[in-house]
Design a protein around this ligand. Structure first.
Ligand SMILES: NC(=O)c1ccc[n+]([C@@H]2O[C@H](COP(=O)([O-])OP(=O)(O)OC[C@H]3O[C@@H](n4cnc5c(N)ncnc54)[C@H](O)[C@@H]3O)[C@@H](O)[C@H]2O)c1
Length: 416
C-alpha cells in the first residue's frame, strides 16, 4: 500500500445518509460507535424533524443537511460512500447517482423495482469498481449463520427439500401491508419483493443452488371490502364491533401501544397524541376491510433448483408471531428451525444437536446483524474486501422475485 493510501485508511471514511427513518437510525448506531472508522458528513431527508434530529446527534452544520439527494449530490461535499435507506420505490435513482459519482453504496432492499434496473445498478458498480452492499441482514444473523454452518459441515449429506415459512405476524401485516404505506403495489412494491426478498436471498445462500423453474400462487384473500362484518364502521374508533375485532387499531395502538415506532411526535406532541389523531383521521385508524390495499395476504413460491432440489417459501400473514420457520430435508439428516431454536438431527447416529437463539431476541438490531452488516460494508470500502451481501449475490434473488410475480399473475411456471 502506498503512503497516501495508508494515510487514507487511517482516516474515518466519510459517508452521507439518504433517508433518516427507522433503518437509517439503526445503521447510524454503528457510525456513532465507530468514529475511528466512519464519519457522517451529510444527510438528505425531506422530513424536517428527522433531518434535524440526526443533524443534532452527529453535530453537523446546517449546510451539510439537505431535503433531497439531488441537492446533496450537487453540494460538492466529499464522501466516499452513501447509505441509502429511503422507501423501496426510491432506491434506484440515488444508487445510480452515487455510483456515477464514484461512491460505494450501502443499499436497503429492494435494489430496484424491476430486474433491468437491478442489473443496471450492478453493472455500473462493476464498471466503476465500487461496492454495493444490499442490506440482506439474514446473512449476518447468528441463527441463520448456524443453519448455513450446519449444512456446510457435510454431517447431514445433501439437501433434497427446503420448506421455509415467513411468519409475517398479523400486527405487522395490518400495520404495514393493509393500513400502512406498503399496502399498495403501485405506490410501493409487491409484498414478496418488499418482505421476502431477504428470504429468497437466504434460500439461495444456504442451498448454494440456482433456481431453474419457479411457480407462485397468492392473492388478497381476506382484507377486502366484501369481508367486512355487517354493522362494522369505517374507523375502529367508532366501530360497534371494535372490542371483538382481532385487527382493531384501537387495541393495537392505544391499548397495547405497539407498532407506534413510526409515529414521530412533532414539537409539543406526544406519541399518544399521534395515536389519537391517527385513530380519528389517519390511515392507521381505518377498518382493515376498507383500505386502499392491493398487496397479497398470502403467497407461496415453489422453486426447482438446478440440481433437482425443491425449495418452497410460504409468506403467511395470519400468524401471531413474526419470525421464520425452516425445515431442511437432507440425505443424512434433518435441520429445523422454529424461529428461536435450531435442531440438527443425524439419521445414522440418531443424535440431535440443539442451538437456542432465544437470548438474541433481547439483543436488538436483528440479533446484532444490522450492525455486523454495516461493519462489513465499511471494512469493504476501507480495505477492498467483498461483503457477503454484495449486489452480485442479491441479483438472483431479485430476479426470482420478479419471475415469481410473473408466475402468480399468469398462472404459468417460469423457466429461468
Ligand atoms: N433490511 C431490513 O431488515 C429492513 C427492515 C425494514 C425496512 N427495510 C427497508 O428499508 C427502507 C427504509 O425503511 P424504513 O423502515 O427506514 O422507512 P422509514 O419510512 O422509517 O424511513 C424512510 C425515510 O426516507 C425518507 N425519504 C423519502 N424520500 C426520500 C428522498 N427522496 N430522499 C431522502 N430521504 C427520503 C423518508 O422521509 C423517511 O424518513 C425500505 O426500503 C425498507 O424496505 C429493510
Amino acid at each position: 500500500m502506498n503512503s497516501i493510501a495508508s494515510e487514507r485508511i487511517q482516516e474515518p471514511t466519510p459517508v452521507a445518509a439518504i433517508g433518516a427513518g427507522n433503518r437509517m437510525r439503526t445503521y447510524m448506531h454503528y457510525v456513532a460507535q465507530n468514529p475511528d472508522k466512519v464519519r457522517l458528513v451529510a444527510i438528505a431527508e425531506p422530513d424536517a424533524a428527522r433531518r434535524e434530529a440526526m443533524r443534532r446527534d452527529f453535530g453537523l452544520d446546517g449546510d451539510a443537511v439537505f431535503e433531497g439527494y439531488d441537492s446533496l449530490f450537487a453540494s460538492g461535499i466529499r464522501f466516499d460512500a452513501v447509505f441509502i435507506a429511503t422507501p423501496g420505490n426510491e432506491h434506484y435513482r440515488p444508487a445510480m447517482m452515487a455510483l456515477e459519482r464514484g461512491c460505494h453504496v450501502l443499499l436497503e432492499k429492494p435494489i430496484a423495482q424491476n430486474y433491468d434496473e437491478c442489473l443496471a445498478v450492478a453493472e455500473l458498480a462493476k464498471k466503476n469498481g465500487l461496492t454495493v452492499s444490499v442490506c440482506h441482514v439474514m446473512r449476518h444473523h447468528p441463527m441463520f449463520l448456524k443453519i448455513k454452518e450446519l449444512i456446510d459441515s457435510g454431517n447431514y449429506g445433501r439437501i433434497i427439500t427446503v420448506s421455509h415459512t415467513e411468519e409475517v405476524g398479523i400486527d405487522r401485516a395490518t400495520h404495514s401491508y393493509v393500513r400502512g404505506t406498503l399496502n399498495n403495489e403501485r405506490t410501493s412494491n409487491p409484498m414478496l419483493l418488499d418482505k421476502s426478498c431477504h428470504d429468497v436471498d437466504f434460500l439461495l445462500w444456504i442451498t448454494g443452488a440456482h433456481c431453474r423453474r419457479i411457480s407462485s400462487f397468492g392473492s388478497r384473500l381476506w382484507f377486502r371490502g366484501e369481508n367486512a362484518p355487517a354493522g362494522s364502521a369505517d374507523r375502529c374508533i367508532v366501530c360497534p364491533l371494535e372490542e371483538r375485532c382481532p385487527y382493531s387499531a384501537v387495541d393495537l395502538y392505544r391499548r397495547r401501544k405497539e407498532w407506534t415506532r413510526n409515529f414521530i411526535p412533532g414539537p409539543g406532541q406526544t406519541v399518544d397524541d399521534i395515536v389519537e389523531l391517527q385513530l380519528r383521521e389517519g390511515r392507521f385508524g381505518r377498518c382493515v376491510y376498507r383500505c386502499d390495499n392491493d398487496v397479497v395476504d398470502n403467497q407461496v413460491v415453489t422453486m426447482q433448483m438446478t440440481d433437482g432440489m425443491i425449495v418452497t417459501l410460504t409468506m403467511n400473514v395470519f400468524t401471531q408471531r413474526d419470525c421464520r420457520t425452516i425445515e431442511i430435508g437432507m440425505t443424512e439428516g434433518q435441520i429445523t428451525c422454529n424461529g428461536m431454536t435450531v435442531n440438527a438431527r443425524n439419521f445414522r447416529t440418531r443424535r440431535t444437536e440443539t442451538y437456542d437463539f432465544s437470548p438474541l431476541a433481547r439483543v436488538g438490531f436483528h440479533g446484532g446483524a444490522d450492525l455486523a452488516l454495516v461493519e462489513e460494508f465499511i471494512d469493504a470500502v476501507r480495505t477492498g474486501s467483498k461483503p457477503v451481501t454484495s449486489i452480485e449475490g442479491a441479483l438472483e434473488a431479485h430476479r426470482i422475485i420478479f419471475e415469481a410475480e410473473r408466475s402468480r399473475h399468469t398462472g404459468e411456471t417460469v423457466s429461468l
